[in-house]
Ligand binder design. Structure first.
Ligand code: COA
Length: 322
């Protein structure tokens, strides 16, 4: 049996930092409100000429270097994003050209904040069934372009960034299991309500922004993350006390704390980056993973649980022996 393992991680954050104090000057909000309700202190925002593929390329470079592979070893590229460079071709194809490789499949996947877990699920199944040996799996987002900076209920929540992993074929399981789900019933609770085939005029006018019913999303996220952790642990006969780290999607510190409680992990075994990065959608899990790998918290051989929840709703998890 062929398995897959994470051979390297990488990440990228744009240079510009926007603090809560900066936001106080732009809208009717306060550092205290933002920190108390979300745990967010600052976020990075992309430069005007920076694109999703620019950030993906930077994160990919780090992951490739850590994995110790040649770029030409990559035979599958999947990018999770809701903020692609172009409507088409995919950001993954653009990235492929920029990496200087040709021929291997490259695709974007759109599952909102669960995009990275969806991409990881696809990539590991490709590797396990012989379709690929070395996959580049990325989450890259420029949410600042979808943010209405006059809407304080959403503007304070999001940030830009990218995270990447190199997934390689292995004799032993690294990725032990992945679990992905969605339920389109809740489309209205969290959305950018227009696109190419519906009210494109609004998109062209620059009015296509993130809209959210925060309270309802909060409740749904907490409930779903709890049951997802149970599904993942039960499906693998793993006791929650065997987990070394929870690496959750970074949307809100209170949601993260509730998820940690469900698996009985103290907060010092949870990777938290939401304070520094805010919600970077599909980039948030690989960004958090790379942060904790590079600062030495996450060590080889440890057991990790990834959990994501996002618009759709979509949700997903992965149990990983790092
Ligand atoms: N600064 C100051 N006040 C704000 C504010 C801001 N940035 N945003 C909203 N408020 C106000 C509201 O207008 C409201 O005022 P009112 O009581 O006078 O009407 C009050 O704060 C409470 O708003 P509410 O939306 O009920 O707050 P909340 O406790 O639900 O917190 C969120 C709001 C968005 C932080 C919270 O609902 C949340 O985190 N939801 C999940 C969001 C998320 O993670 N989405 C992505 C999932 S992938």
């Amino acid at each position: 049996m062929t398995y897959s393992r994470i051979a390297g991680t990488g990440s990228y954050l744009p240079e510009k930092v926007v603090t809560n104090q900066d936001l106080e000057k732009m809208m009717d909000t306060s550092d205290e409100w933002i920190r108390e309700r979300t745990g967010i202190c600052r976020r990075h925002t992309a430069a005007e000429d920076e694109t999703c593929s620019d950030m993906a390329l930077a994160a990919a470079g780090q992951a490739i270097e850590m994995a110790g592979i040649e770029v030409t070893d990559i035979d599958l590229i999947i990018v999770g994003t809701v903020t692609p460079d172009k409507i088409f071709p995919s950001t993954a194809c653009i990235l492929q050209r920029r990496l200087g490789i040709r021929g291997c499949p490259a695709m974007d996947i759109q599952a909102a904040c669960s995009g990275f877990i969806y991409a990881l699920d696809l990539a590991r199944r490709q590797i396990e069934t012989g379709g690929a040996t070395t996959a580049l799996v990325i989450g890259s987002e420029i949410l600042s372009r979808l943010t209405n900076w006059e809407d304080r209920s959403t503007a304070v929540l999001f940030g830009d960034g990218a995270g990447a992993v190199i997934l390689q074929a292995s004799d032993e399981p690294g990725i032990i299991s992945t679990h992905i789900h969605s339920d389109g019933e809740f489309e209205d609770l969290l959305e950018v309500p227009w696109g190419i085939s519906s009210n494109y005029e609004a998109v062209r006018a620059g009015e296509a922004y993130i809209q959210m019913q925060g309270n309802a999303v909060f409740r749904k996220a907490v409930g779903t993350l709890g049951s997802m952790a149970q599904e993942t642990l039960d499906g693998n006969n793993v006791d929650k006390h065997d987990l070394d780290w929870l690496v959750p999607h970074q949307a809100n510190l209170r949601i993260i704390a509730a998820a940690a409680k469900k698996v009985d992990l103290p907060m010092d075994r949870v990777v938290v980056t939401v304070d520094e990065h805010a919600n970077t959608s599909s980039a948030s899990i690989p960004l958090a993973l790379d942060t904790a790998v590079r600062d030495g918290r996450i060590q080889r051989g440890q057991l990790l649980l990834f959990e994501a929840f996002g618009a759709g709703f979509t949700w997903g998890s992965a149990l990983v022996r790092f």
